[in-house]
Design a protein around this ligand. Structure first.
Ligand SMILES: *[C@@H]1O[C@H](CO)[C@@H](O)[C@H](O)[C@H]1NC(C)=O
Ligand SMILES: *[C@@H]1O[C@H](CO)[C@@H](O)[C@H](O)[C@H]1NC(C)=O
Ligand SMILES: *[C@@H]1O[C@H](CO)[C@@H](O)[C@H](O)[C@H]1NC(C)=O
Length: 504
């Protein structure tokens, strides 16, 4: 497996193995630490006296100021997003009775504490010995929000891209990084040091008023990489020609060396960074668009999922047709009301999270399982996002919709998905889990943020079956990356079906 690699890669590999072992040791110690936390145990000081873990962490005023700084950008983004969308009546927040909520005094509110324990649908790794998720090891390069797809030629590897973690330095240009990764002792390890993806420079910023500070930082943000039926794509947020921050797309083969062989031979769309447009109204700050393809492999872009879906057909120049969600809205609204979480009035939202994949809802192993119009769908993940005690919480759900017009929603997870290994603090301790410079309040769980879904097996691109393994990739507390491999049926076993659709 190592024979084809250069010497420097071998050295990196050896370093990675040594460091991987250290990482495992760290993880073991970390889980012991977690266990102590959960039991509310105390640690012993050298002098034999006991003190709580909270005291161990020495929280002084400076720490609180740092904490505030860490979250302030996130808050700014949220507030900017809320005010940028508030002009659009279709985006006005409504409560359960459908009555618009006055959000004008949000910023002064204290963020409330966590709700009572949530009922989750837990998923477990197919490959790790403890069945917890797979950490990503990059040799010390800070990354988060990972995306992976199978490597085009080496069937022991996957290609990963992720946001470069640049906190602590003043950022003028954000970056996406890439490395090839392979599984080693239950850790996904980069085979060489991650490199910056040569994404085209952002256009000049056109943000004004409360969004003006976005002009100061170019470069790709929150990139997604995923396979369509033919090509892999990289999609990311950057300065927009139509608003402040928009979404751009490029064929990943133009940007990643391992696709070099395919670069000049296969006909392609999006050979340069192209801005993906949306039907009006255009928000100041667009996020998380994803593409999907119908049974004829025509491409569409899904812009929004809540409170109403917005999606449209996509053209090669990034322009889009009219909002097609008007044709599915009557059905969708019923299903959304049935299964999507009901939002509290303050600081809660439902956001698109991942790309999409297509699935036939029977098993590849079953000879009678042949994809047709009534058993094949598209699915994606979305988040229910909330803030409590100044800590973001993202709960992931699956949404399944028809593969052809009217693309109505078919099913939605009945409960949020819990990734085995996500850390959780007890409510009755005052301890704070201190993670990469961030505090997590008592009673909270780690913030896991799903960014991408991919079929795990090599050669598989957009379409799969219930008995095919998938990778979910996620960021942890905006500082680390993780992956979990599960059978598609594990994700699909807790779906609630929309009225008028037969359950399988
Ligand atoms: C929805 O908002 C209206 C007006 O603010 C309020 O009277 C009503 O009680 C709210 N309903 C719920 C379920 O929160
Ligand atoms: C972007 O710039 C153009 C031309 O300079 C202007 O007309 C437009 O209003 C700007 N859009 C935003 C969202 O600032
Ligand atoms: C589609 O395939 C399923 C089996 O997976 C079969 O039960 C169903 O009748 C088929 N539908 C059509 C329209 O062919």
């Amino acid at each position: 497996m190592f024979s084809r690699r250069s010497k420097s890669r071998d050295i990196f590999r050896v370093t990675a193995i040594v460091a991987g072992s250290l990482l495992l040791l760290y993880i073991t110690l970390h889980s012991l630490y977690d266990a102590k936390h959960q039991l509310g145990l105390q640690t012993s000081k050298g002098d034999g006296s006991l003190r709580t873990l909270k005291e161990d962490q020495d929280h002084d005023a400076q720490d609180l100021i740092d904490l505030d700084a860490v979250y302030s950008q996130d808050f700014q983004e949220d507030e900017a997003e809320a005010s940028a969308t508030s002009a659009d009546p279709s985006k006005t927040a409504v409560n359960d009775t459908g009555i618009p909520i006055d959000q004008s005094n949000d910023m002064d509110d204290d963020y409330d504490t966590l709700p009572e324990r949530i009922d989750y649908h837990e998923i477990f790794s197919l490959t790790t010995t403890n069945r917890k998720f797979i950490p990503v090891f990059t040799g010390g390069v800070g990354i988060y929000n990972p995306n992976i797809i199978p490597h085009p030629t080496d069937h022991t590897l996957w290609i990963m891209i992720a946001q470069h973690e640049q906190s602590g330095v003043e950022i003028f240009v954000s970056e996406e990084m890439t490395c090839n990764v392979g599984l080693l002792n239950d850790v996904m390890v980069c085979t060489a040091e991650p490199t910056v993806i040569p994404i085209e420079p952002s256009i000049t910023g056109n943000c004004s008023a409360e969004l003006a500070y976005f002009n100061a930082r170019g470069g790709p943000r929150d990139a997604r990489m995923y396979h369509g039926p033919d090509a892999p794509y990289i999609m990311y947020g950057s300065q927009s020609a139509y608003s402040c921050i928009g979404i751009w797309i490029e064929d990943a083969r133009m940007l990643l060396d391992d696709f070099h062989a395919e670069r000049f031979v296969v006909p392609k769309l999006f050979t340069h960074a192209t801005e993906v447009q949306r039907p009006p109204p255009i928000g100041g700050m667009e996020k998380n668009f994803f593409l999907f393809w119908d049974s004829a492999n025509k491409a569409y872009v899904h812009h929004e999922i809540h409170p109403h879906r917005v999606f449209a057909q996509l053209s090669f120049d990034g322009s889009v047709g009219p909002n097609l969600a008007t044709y599915s809205a009557a059905k969708d609204d019923v299903c959304i009301a049935m299964y999507m979480p009901h939002l509290a009035p303050d600081m809660e939202s439902i956001h698109q999270a991942s790309n999409s994949l297509s699935i036939t809802l029977c098993k590849r192993a079953d000879p009678g399982c042949i994809p047709n119009d009534s058993n094949t769908f598209i699915f994606t993940m979305f988040h229910h996002k909330s803030y409590h005690d100044w800590h973001g919480v993202y709960e992931p759900y699956v949404m399944v919709f028809q593969r052809d017009a009217p693309f109505a929603i078919h099913a939605i997870s009945q409960r949020p998905i819990w990734i085995h290994g996500r850390a959780e603090l007890t409510r009755d301790t005052h301890s704070l889990l201190y993670e990469n410079g961030k505090d997590i309040p008592a009673g909270h769980t780690e913030m896991f943020y799903i960014t991408s879904i991919s079929w795990k097996l090599h050669g598989q691109k957009y379409h799969g079956y219930l008995d095919d393994p998938l990778f979910l990739a996620f960021g942890i507390e905006d500082t680390r990356a993780g992956l979990i491999d599960v059978m598609a049926e594990d994700l699909f076993s807790d779906l609630g079906y929309c009225p008028g659709f037969m359950t399988r």
